[in-house]
Design a protein around this ligand. Structure first.
Ligand code: NAD
Length: 258
């Protein structure tokens, strides 16, 4: 296993779901983890729960809305000052606001972009500034989606934001490579979380049926890919999007009803 002992990581949108699993995997690998969520109570509870499991106080809650650039800048500064470094930043927070193009309204569109794109962009910027200031060859990971690779009905606005994150990885990789910082994106396929389990009546069965590997992703599948991107072995991978979807995008069949 790749040890992350001595490293400090920030994960946004991590009170539950994929982000929570990312925090657990990073902390299990030895990292000190700053767990962000917009929901302060959820962030605190999640950090406490992880610390109990780890039998160590390695996860720390930081509540803020990632769309609030000043709040995120302040948090990143606090983390770097408190732990004297920042090695890993995973801009995981993202929202899914469904809606067909012809009916979509400006308010959900603006919020979606504020969280998914603006939030990720400025979180990555704040983290990169700290890494550069402290001469740390850090790792930044952006959370894209297969919806940013393939068009999916009702997920147009979301898909645009997730495609933007793939381009963000390429652009930031280009600008930050000289500092030894890598920036990559992960593009999960349908992943079973507390939220997606409520999305449709038979989420797991529906997606299993249309996925070549005959399973949906579990949060640990995404966390394992993130750990790899944080490992020494991934030091020469930069600006890429790693698709973690059990082969779904090779053909991209949708369950009925989409
Ligand atoms: N679950 C999937 O199937 C799937 C597939 C592909 C990509 N993704 C992406 O992975 C990421 C995590 O997905 P998930 O399903 O685990 O998320 P989720 O919907 O379960 O949310 C996780 C946490 O994010 C927090 N959050 C929401 N908005 C926030 C904000 N503005 N600032 C800070 N925290 C905020 C929520 O309070 C929640 O605790 C998202 O970017 C999502 O788009 C998920």
């Amino acid at each position: 296993m790749n040890s992350l002992t001595g490293k400090v990581a920030l994960v946004t949108g991590a009170g539950m779901g994929i982000g929570y699993a990312l925090c657990r995997a990073l902390a299990e690998a030895g990292a000190t983890v700053a767990l962000n969520d917009i929901d302060a109570e959820r962030a605190t509870q999640a950090a406490e729960q992880l610390n109990q499991q780890l039998q160590a106080r390695r996860v720390h809650a930081y509540a803020a809305d990632v769309a609030d650039v000043n709040a995120m800048r302040a948090i990143v500064g606090q983390i770097a000052a408190r732990f004297a470094r920042l090695d890993i930043a995973i801009a995981n927070a993202g929202i899914t606001l469904f809606g067909r193009f012809l009916e979509y309204e400006p308010e959900p569109f603006d919020r979606l972009l504020a969280v998914n794109l603006r939030g990720s962009f400025f979180t990555a910027q704040a983290a990169a500034r700290e890494m550069i200031r402290r001469q740390i060859e850090g790792r930044i990971i952006l959370m894209s989606s297969v919806a940013g690779v393939q068009a999916i009905g009702g997920l147009g606005a979301y898909g645009i934001s997730k495609a933007g994150l793939r381009m963000m990885a390429r652009t930031l990789a280009y600008e930050l490579g000289a500092y030894g910082i890598t920036v990559n994106a992960l593009a999960p396929g349908a992943t079973l979380t507390e939220r997606t389990a409520q999305e449709t009546a038979n989420y797991e069965q529906d997606w299993r049926a249309v996925t070549p590997n005959r399973r949906v992703a579990h949060v640990e599948d995404i966390a394992a890919a993130a750990l790899f991107l944080c490992s020494e072995g991934a030091r020469h991978i930069n600006g890429q999007t790693l698709i973690v979807d059990g082969g779904w995008t090779n053909q991209s069949p949708l369950p009925l009803g989409y």
